[in-house]
Design a protein around this ligand. Structure first.
Ligand SMILES: Cc1cc2nc3c(=O)[nH]c(=O)nc-3n(C[C@H](O)[C@H](O)[C@H](O)COP(=O)(O)O)c2cc1C
Length: 210
């Protein structure tokens, strides 16, 4: 069975404008692909492993071409489960607001857990190669400000960061739906912007190959 993994990086549940747009994507996606399983990870409520001294030791073992063994392997069990869940997906939906010009810290933590040598990338003749090639991703990102002008575009590290890090593991077909500006504007403007983004999200759902 094919699987879409929905990664939620807003803590605001029903109040989240990002998730209001994501729900339009998911409704359309379910209509078009009733046979797909939709897995959902909420990074603010599902516990994430830390990446502290012992876990990082494991990363350097792998980078050095060694196997994990004994206690280190046990320490890595949670990390491996998250990696397996992520790798088990055929397509991805990431719902993330902008926080301080980048993604919320839990999404950064999740990415630091996932991006591991031999699991998501490997070295080939001294170069790195992503292991998740060909999987589509849609990123829905809402933000308070407007990052569409020439003066503000470079402040948007959400898109630049996610393109680089997921591109590194082979996910290069990434479509962004940006929902902006949402703060400091009228309630009517918010409604209008969210509604337009919901339309774009439905169209993006239809572009995910069966
Ligand atoms: C901790 C925090 C940091 C934020 N930083 C930014 C920012 O750098 N730029 C911006 O335009 N909006 C920023 N915002 C506003 C949110 O991006 C905006 O309200 C967004 O719609 C929230 O998404 P949500 O409703 O899905 O939670 C921030 C909000 C919070 C809570």
């Amino acid at each position: 069975m094919k699987k879409l993994l929905h990664v939620i990086a807003s803590p605001r549940g029903e109040k989240s404008r990002t998730l209001q747009v994501a729900s339009a994507f998911l409704e359309r996606f379910r209509e078009l692909h009733p046979e797909w399983m939709i897995d959902e990870i909420n990074l603010f409520t599902d516990p994430l492993p830390v990446l502290a001294a012992r876990q990082v030791d494991g990363k350097y073992m792998l980078l050095g071409g060694k196997e994990l063994y004994g206690e280190l392997r046990e320490t890595w069990e949670d990390i491996e489960q998250h990696i397996a869940r992520f790798k088990g997906a055929d397509a991805y939906l990431i719902s993330t607001p902008m926080w301080n010009f980048n993604v919320p810290y839990v999404l950064k933590q999740y990415i630091d857990i996932l991006v591991q040598p031999r699991y998501l990338f490997q070295y080939v003749h001294g170069h790195t190669e992503g292991l998740l090639k060909g999987r589509p991703m849609v990123v829905i990102s809402s933000r308070g400000g407007d990052y569409t002008t020439p003066e503000t575009q470079s402040f948007d590290h959400v898109e630049s960061y996610l393109r680089v890090v997921f591109g590194f593991v082979g996910i290069t077909a990434i479509e962004f739906i940006k929902v902006e500006p949402l703060d400091g504007v009228s309630a009517e403007a918010v409604r209008h912007t969210v509604e337009a983004a919901r339309g774009a999200a439905r169209e993006a759902a239809a572009r995910i190959p069966a």
